[in-house]
Design a protein around this ligand. Structure first.
Ligand code: GDP
Length: 530
């Protein structure tokens, strides 16, 4: 972070982040309030509830039908103070974790929302681990403080213990549950009192000259003040002060307390993201890294959403700008195919609206409508053959065969499956032997969503059935060794949707055997998207 050249102001003011949380912790509500403070919406309640996990399949399909909305909500740009925030949505359901992983490759920081009564939950932990793999800076928001919550020290302890990260309180709650009156902002020496009556107004904060300020006693009931002052003394003794460098390195998280539904604590969190959150970061790429301040434009696709309008088979590729200043109409090079590509209709997602993006800077997310040329992991540049790395594809954990209800429609089925594969919604394997396709996903809900989407978008009823295989591994090694291996194991061999060779099996034992018998071949559970 240090020794970096100063970024051009337009880039330096960008903050690109995702919100991670266990379902129900308040991600949607917080997103809404971000937009409210960002001036992007007039009143909260306009963002559709999007917590997939709570949903039944039919809710999910309804959401799929309303894709225009759900898609525009998957990246949102808005201004806050002098900053430009780019908020990228992550699916909350663990069945879509691969999508989440890829989304996290496109952001510079994450906001972790936890429920003050529940602390660190399973999905929080999982998503946190993903952030840790990339050393992503994390800012924490402890939500629902208006309700009965756990002891503040206990919450902080739990984060430190379970997630192995230092926690520094940026604010401290005063009172709990029904007695919760507000927070003391430790970074700015301000008192914020919560207004329970009006949820959609922006709370005022009261400037205080340190904890001895007599104003505190006027504003906070005596018993609450006493406990609060004791706690603060203890907190200052036991907990580290905020170290901005440790935050940027991902070893310390500041925590704010608040209540998203009451719009309380949100502005302080946003100030925190603006002040302490990272600027657009250097992107790992081959053969060289890409720095945001480079004058030439580069960006990479981290998400593809197809059939936003089933009548036109268009899709939108979400591009994270890694460097430079993009202008609409620019001709970029599609590095994988080495073909030029005029980007004439890029879209920017502003709250619930889509807008033509006249320009974009490093850090921004733009959507590029296309007919399938753009795939996850693709890099666009102004000519240089650089390829962004670190966007993985995971071996699926569930495999099923997929057949068209009408056998004459199998060509259609192939087309539909390939499209979903390119969207990253599934892996599709064509076995060397036998007919049909084997579809691999990470979570079972994905099969249901796929079946419904194939029917909805292609008018093709399909059946998913148990496959004789349960695991898939990519085959790596030099060509001669691979050929020998493939020839001897034909019943287990398939090709994936990118044409790469895959070994299918139902036994870990088989995988071990291959490793023993074919030392020049390796079976891998991940591959880089390229
Ligand atoms: P998500 O699943 O993480 O997106 O969570 P939502 O934002 O949909 O919130 C889950 C539930 O918690 C909803 O019923 C919200 O109204 C409620 N909720 C969100 N924030 C708060 C809060 O600060 N206090 C209280 N009491 N409820 C909240």
């Amino acid at each position: 972070m240090s020794n970096r050249p100063e970024l051009p102001p337009e880039i330096a003011r960008r903050r690109t982040f995702a919100i991670i949380s266990h379902p129900d912790a308040g991600k949607t509500t917080l997103t809404e309030k971000f937009l409210l403070y960002g001036g992007a919406i007039q009143m909260a309640g306009q963002v559709r509830a999007k917590g997939e996990a709570r949903r039944t399949r039919s809710d999910f399909m309804q959401m799929e039908k309303d894709r225009g909305i759900s898609v525009s909500a998957s990246a949102m740009s808005f201004d806050f103070d002098t900053y430009r925030f780019n908020l990228v949505d992550t699916p909350g359901h663990s069945d879509f974790s691969e999508d989440t992983y890829r989304t996290l490759t496109a952001v510079d920081a994450a906001v972790m929302v936890i429920d003050g009564a529940k602390g660190v939950e399973s999905q929080t932990q999982k998503l946190f681990e993903v952030c840790r793999l990339r050393d992503l800076p994390i800012l924490t928001f402890c939500n629902k403080m208006d309700r009965e919550s756990r002891d503040t020290f206990e919450i902080i302890d739990e984060i430190q213990e379970n997630l192995a990260i230092d926690v520094s309180p940026a604010s401290w709650p005063i009172g709990r549950g029904r007695d919760f009156v507000g927070c003391y902002d430790l970074l700015r020496d301000e008192l914020q009192l919560m207004d329970r009556a009006d949820r959609n107004t922006i709370a005022e904060s009261i400037k205080i000259k340190g904890l001895d300020d007599p104003k505190l006693a006027e504003l906070v009931p005596a018993d609450l003040l006493e406990t609060f002052l004791e706690e603060i003394e203890m907190a200052r003794e036991l907990l580290p002060p905020l170290d901005p460098k440790a935050l940027l390195e991902g070893t310390m998280t500041p925590i704010w307390f608040g209540s998203a539904i009451n719009s309380f604590g949100v502005q302080e969190l946003m100030n925190g993201i603006a002040t302490y959150g990272p600027e657009p970061q250097i992107q790992n790429a081959e053969p060289r890294k890409i720095a945001p301040e480079e004058s030439k434009v580069a960006g990479f696709v981290f998400k593809v959403q197809a059939n936003m309008d089933p009548k036109h088979r268009d899709r939108v590729a979400f591009l994270r700008m890694a460097s430079g200043h993009f202008k609409r109409g620019m001709k970029l090079t599609h590095v994988r195919t080495k073909k030029p590509m005029a980007v004439s209709n890029p879209v920017l997602f502003l709250a619930s609206d889509r807008e033509l993006a006249e320009e974009a800077w490093a850090g921004d997310i733009i959507g590029i409508p296309n007919h399938g040329q753009l795939r996850i992991g693709d890099t666009l540049t102004e000519g240089e053959a650089i390829r962004v790395t670190g966007i993985p594809s995971f071996a699926p954990e569930l495999l099923q065969t997929c057949r068209a209800g009408d056998p004459l429609k199998s060509k259609h089925l192939e087309k539909a499956l390939m499209q979903f594969a390119e969207e990253g919604a599934a892996k599709v394997f064509k076995p060397t032997f036998g007919s049909g396709y084997i579809v691999g996903v990470v979570g079972a809900l994905q099969f249901e969503v796929l079946a419904s989407r194939i029917e909805l978008e292609y008018g093709l009823p399909v059946r998913f059935e148990a496959s004789q295989f349960t695991s898939a591994r990519w085959v790596a090694g030099d060509q001669a060794a691979k050929d020998k291996f493939i020839a001897a194991n034909k019943q287990h061999i398939a090709t994936d949707n990118d044409g790469d060779t895959v070994y299918l099996t139902r036994l870990q034992w088989d995988i071990d055997r291959v490793e023993r018998d074919y030392p020049d071949v390796s079976l891998t559970a991940t591959k880089e998207m390229m």
